[in-house]
Design a protein around this ligand. Structure first.
Ligand code: WT7
Length: 676
């Protein structure tokens, strides 16, 4: 065995010698290849002594976070950094008064940053817009005043259901500025998903658009909202951003399939007394609006995410700790310099979009890019074209997107000058070594380190992540951020040996942590703190190697990751069961080379529903469409199989583990609880 390893090492070192460049050395250790940082990157890095930072933060995490908080503007300082009395309902910066928007916008006004680009936006069609910090500040103030005039007061919930357009960020900032709580619902969700979120949040106002663009399609956003609001008691006003005067998407060749005229929409239906156009609302509003003084622990937003039950969880984040956490992680991990143009491809409908597309870059006073389109429309070089056009220095995206683009071949990125890139980032799911190496070699041209950041909607900020000065291993998120104690443990909470898989837990509180599940503190306790008492349970499986590097293996619960999007098995099952032909359904994730996972559903039909060979296939198509209608196009259902009976425990729980094992030809493990 030992001989074999030695032989392997020799073989690999042979290979590596060939690619060692002047600045770049790859060393092989224990069959794990190290990617050492470039000297040029290390030289200019802000954090020169990472080990010292780690040690200090480990010795006194509260001091570490307190110092981070001091880098931001506060209206009144805090009296206590961390209050643990009601743990795990932790409180940070107790007694402090602040508003994240003061840091994201107000404090740049009157400084040279005011004239810098805050947002560069590119639409699906290629059209672009830009906002300097001054312009963004004024746009946000007008919207904030508009919201006030509609009756929105501190603490009210504002649901934002838009595509990735500047008004999405403007609405978030405007709501936060006046102390309202925003809840962004991803524009790709459909009516049912939107309805559950609007109702759970008891939103007073919904911000939407008449239509949205995606590839050569138009999505009738306003009709979805109208459907959702039928019979809804909480929503009093709907603000509609007009998109319909946009030019027709992308120039095309004559006679090509795309050369169809854009669908013409009838005049948008506007409900009297309820609906108002965004442009009309802000037309006469003042460009100044006072920023609400918030308690550090006042909620900033609710963001819904999937868990193990059918109802999405409203994850609550607050002004104080959240702004401190995302500020510190962003500045240090991405080694932010004032000239950076940062592009995070995440839609503001997800946590990545909140923390690192909108808030953190604005707090840092750098330029952030918003992109409404998709990665391969109109061509597979759309992103690389934009990197070149806007001189992007830091590019942050998801593995699924890298894998999708990798498949089109190197010729697409090679058409473009990507020399502006300095750093790359990855998030959302484990990145496989093949995709990592392609990203590193072809996109980063072996000079950009990849920051593989592990975190969650709940954590608010990066938790396990490299720094630019660290040596990397392809597909490892490396080590916990300074001040964070992460560990891999067994079901009893006992630390497992290096190399052994287990549950990933966090052992100490951090400032950007979720505070609760909206209106459901019990669920907060049970989901995150009960199974392994005292520690935060992430829901992921991982292992730690002997160098202390973490390798994330995927979810340990029934949460699926479809193209980086988080969807609960139970949500999909509920959607299926709401179809008149379906009695029961069990859903599993099946490995997919591009999307990471796709959905496979096992369906038990209702008695009396007959399916001949043809009928069966037709019904499958209907069921796929039904799920799409209930949840949205992100719920990609690849396969449906009819079965007579689902494997269940004696207490009636579906054993998805058994379905998965059967599907993938694996051992199902302990099946003693199986009922039949
Ligand atoms: C889940 C959280 C937080 C950003 C977007 C996703 C998976 C996230 C990584 C990574 C391996 C990752 C985990 C986690 N995940 N980042 N770098 N490597 N897995 O947020 O929708 O709340 O999903 O995404 O499974 O638990 P989310």
């Amino acid at each position: 065995m030992k001989k074999k390893i030695k032989k392997n090492i020799k073989k690999n070192i042979g290979k590596i010698v060939k690619i060692v460049s002047r600045d770049q050395t790859d060393v092989l250790l224990n069959e794990q290849k190290w990617y050492k940082p470039l000297k040029t990157i290390v030289k200019q890095a802000k954090i020169q002594d990472l080990e010292k930072m780690r040690k200090e933060a480990a010795r006194n995490p509260l001091k570490f976070w307190e110092n981070a908080a001091k880098e931001l503007a506060w209206m009144e300082p805090w009296k206590k950094v961390l209050e643990e009395k009601k743990a795990p309902f932790y409180q940070w910066f107790v007694g402090g008064k602040c508003n994240i928007v003061e840091n994201a916008l107000d404090r740049h006004i009157g400084t040279p940053i005011e004239r810098k680009n805050a947002i560069l936006w590119e639409g699906n069609s290629g059209k672009s817009k830009r906002f300097t910090y001054g312009q963004l500040y004024r746009a946000v103030n007008r919207m904030a005043n508009g919201l006030k005039h509609l009756g929105v007061v501190k603490g009210d919930r504002v649901v934002i259901y838009l595509q990735n357009i500047p008004e999405t960020a403007i609405s978030m900032l405007a709501a936060a500025k006046i102390g309202a709580v925003h809840s962004v619902v991803y524009g790709g969700f459909s009516a049912h998903a939107l309805k559950t979120r609007v109702e759970d949040a008891e939103a007073k106002v919904v911000v939407t658009s008449d239509i949205g663009y995606r590839r050569d399609k138009t999505i009738d956003m306003k009709s979805i909202v109208d459907e959702v609001l039928q019979g809804c008691k909480c929503v009093q006003k709907v603000i509609v951003v007009k998109q319909n005067n946009e030019p027709t998407p992308t120039a095309k060749k004559r006679g090509s399939r795309r050369d169809t005229p854009r669908r013409v929409f009838p005049e948008t239906h506007m409900e009297p007394h309820r609906d108002v156009f965004y442009n009309h609302l802000i037309a006469h509003e003042s460009e100044e609006c006072p920023t609400e003084r918030m308690d550090a622990e006042d909620p900033l937003f609710i963001l819904y995410t999937s868990g193990t039950t059918g109802t999405p969880k409203g994850v609550v984040h607050v002004h104080g700790g959240y702004m401190v956490g995302i500020h510190k992680t962003f500045q240090t991990v991405f080694d932010i310099q004032s000239k950076d143009t940062f592009w995070c491809t995440a839609d503001p409908g997800w946590i990545t979009g909140h923390s690192y597309t909108v808030y953190a870059p604005l707090m840092a006073g750098i330029t952030t890019i918003l992109f409404e389109g998709v990665q391969d429309y109109p061509k597979p070089d759309r992103l690389w074209n934009m990197v070149e056009k806007y001189n992007v220095t830091i590019f942050y995206t998801a593995p699924t997107l890298i894998r999708a683009l990798m498949r089109y071949g190197d010729q697409w990125p090679k058409k473009h000058n990507l020399n502006s890139l300095r750093l790359l980032g990855s998030v959302g799911e484990p990145i496989n070594p093949e995709a990592w190496r392609w990203y590193y070699t072809v996109i980063g041209q072996k000079k950009c380190p990849i920051m593989d950041t592990w975190w969650q909607t709940e954590t608010g900020m990066f938790m396990i992540t490299p720094f630019v000065t660290m040596s990397l291993k392809a597909s490892s998120a490396t080590k916990p951020f300074p001040g964070i104690q992460a560990e891999v443990v067994d079901a009893q909470g006992k630390k497992v040996a290096p190399g052994k898989g287990g549950y990933l837990v966090i052992k100490n509180p951090w400032p950007a942590m979720l505070r609760t599940i909206y209106k459901n503190p019990k669920r907060y306790l049970e989901t995150y703190w009960k199974k392994i008492p005292g520690w935060y349970l992430t829901g992921d499986m991982a292992h730690k190697d002997k160098d202390g590097y973490f390798w994330i293996q995927g979810r340990s619960d029934d949460v699926l990751k479809i193209a980086g999007h988080r969807i609960g098995s139970v949500e999909v099952e509920s959607a299926l069961v709401s179809h008149p032909s379906v009695a029961e359904a069990g859903v599993i994730g099946k490995p997919d080379p591009v999307k990471g996972e796709t959905i496979k559903a096992f369906v038990v039909l209702k008695k009396g529903v007959s399916i001949g060979a043809r009928h069966g296939e037709e019904l499958k198509e209907k069921l796929k469409n039904h799920v799409r209608h209930e949840i949205g196009p992100i719920a990609v259902m690849e396969e449906i199989e009819y079965i007579d009976q689902l494997p269940k425990t004696r207490s009636g729980k579906i054993m998805r583990r058994v379905l998965r094992a059967r599907e993938l030809g694996q051992d199902a493990g302990d099946v003693s609880t199986l009922a039949d």
